[in-house]
Design a protein around this ligand. Sequence first.
Ligand SMILES: Cc1ncc(COP(=O)(O)O)c(C=O)c1O
Length: 389
Amino acid sequence: MNLRDRYEAAFMPNYGVPSIALARGEGSQVWDVDGKPYLDLIGGIATSSLGHAHPALVEAVTRQVSTLAHTSNLYLHEPEVLLAEKLLALLGVPGKVFLANSGTEANECAYKLVRNHGTATGRSYLVSAENSFHGRSMGALSLTGKASIREKFGPFPVEVRFVPYGDAEALRAAVTEDCMGVFLEPTQGEAGVVPPPAGYLRAAREICDATGALLVLDEIQSAIGRTGHWFAHQAEGFTPDILTLAKGLGGGLPIGACVGFGAAGTLFAKGDHGSTFGGNAVSCAAALAVLDTVDLEHVKSIAELLWSGLASIGHPLLKGVRGRGLWLAVLLNEPVAAEVQDAAAKAGYLLNAVAPDALRLAPPLVITPQQIASFVEDLPAILTEATHG
Ligand SMILES: Cc1ncc(COP(=O)(O)O)c(C=O)c1O
């Protein structure tokens, strides 16, 4: 039996069976089990920030796993302290950190902080955005605005009211003094890399300030340099009450973080939350290596190359581009994103059909100008192949 058949026989059917089996990677290049090379333009969905087998990550993880891999939270260790300190230093605002293993768990932590705030102040409901994605545990799923993945698993313990993303007036109308908190992504990733109109996030901050609801920014997909800022909200000049991180933070190792700023950092009493693996020393070492290695100037210059390269392509299928930095969606005039994804793979490029008419790119932040140039050069033929192939 080949690997795909064995996968199908051994795994639950929730993912379907992926068509490509990867064996190894180096930098922004990966190879499948048959030795075919691909340029990785999706980076494990905005996660492999240093690409594959980056020496800094390999060295940090190897050193840590051969020194001390795990302590549980009965004991503390230096890598977790260094990581929390480093995150707070990059954020530049006083806060407190909880370390988890994934984005979902970071949001679960945020959800519980918000509930503590709601209980303490007698508030009853939450607000989130239509089409948002915050994870698939029952708490994070209840906040997820994609009805197709949420509704089958309801009802949920706390009422969540969904508002159209990007509509400040709808948000203002939905958030009253009975609202515990508002969960928003600074740009909606799983919805198709959809940025809000200018001023929306600042309006959300003002609305929460006026009503006492906590503003939670889910930066699980948008942070760790991907937009050219360490955290996407830093471009907006305000701070949320709670911030959640994961994906690119570990560069491929599982880690999530929830940061509470000011009073939101002290909403847990001892015993309110925990995780056996959360903040494990190996993932913390990986995250420290990522934060020491990501180069924001490189991200910005590569993003400029990619955006200008895409803008220079005139092809009937190419409608435009949206997003921020090295996190964008190539928009198509027809709903053939799946066909383009397949044609791209055939041509040696991994990208993601995030919507029927949109392809998501979230490459490693170490991708080179030459690699971007080769993709821009090959994209017109890929688009043609997808339409006529
Ligand atoms: C914005 C956002 N929040 C939460 C999650 C869930 O993260 P994880 O899959 O690590 O649990 C994701 C994953 O795609 C995400 O994009």
